[in-house]
Design a protein around this ligand. Sequence first.
Ligand code: HPA
Length: 245
Amino acid sequence: MSIGIIGGTGLTEIKGLEITGEKKIKTPFGKPSAAYIMGKLKGKEVIFLARHGNPHRYPPHKVNYRANIWGFKKLGVKDIISIAAVGGITKNMNPAHIVIPDQIIDYSYGRKHTFFEKNLEEVTHIDFTYPYTPKLRSQLIKLAAKKNIAISPIATYGCTQGPRLETAAEILRLDNDGCDIVGMTGMPEAGLARELDISYATIAVVANWGAGKSEGEITMEEIHQHLSKGMGNAIELLTAFIKIF
Ligand code: HPA
């Protein structure tokens, strides 16, 4: 069974992935962000999708999350690891740090966030108490310890609408709400995976301090610099995970 990987900002392709083919998928919800790249990594079958397209062209609020997740389901994927760039809010969430979040607060709006809206035989409310699949999370956490990769194993991800970054007051509000990191793509992605019964966990890479958490303004240069520093560890963890999968 193939594992699905969703690559975010800073990861439009995986080094070392032996590409065996690609599939363009049509879904009832429109087109996924890109073709699904089929490949092998460490001898294991992997299906990779660039969340923002390749080249990077869909901003977070324009990503067709439903098509992306539906496409994975159609390809028979039962487990997805997503890679996400985030801002750091609380202590230890410094740039280039790796985080395996366990909770989400969704502040996004106006996104197509459910498969359960038309032609329903009954109204469906999925359980979302633990939005990231505990089994996948604990495997990632154990592997990080084994590989000596410093991570935070518990963190709440606040999902903002973007594409602009937040104001300092917005980050303060997220902090007060209990968010440790902030990103723009965690939702509806995680919820949609749960709706289709696909296991899902995230490896988040901190790209910058959230607005107002460090001096001055946030620059794209700083974001890309920290991302390329942190992404090495994220890929090492991901590769170790694929190996045992
Ligand atoms: N806010 C929201 N999303 C992000 C950030 C941020 O500061 N950095 C990277 N993704």
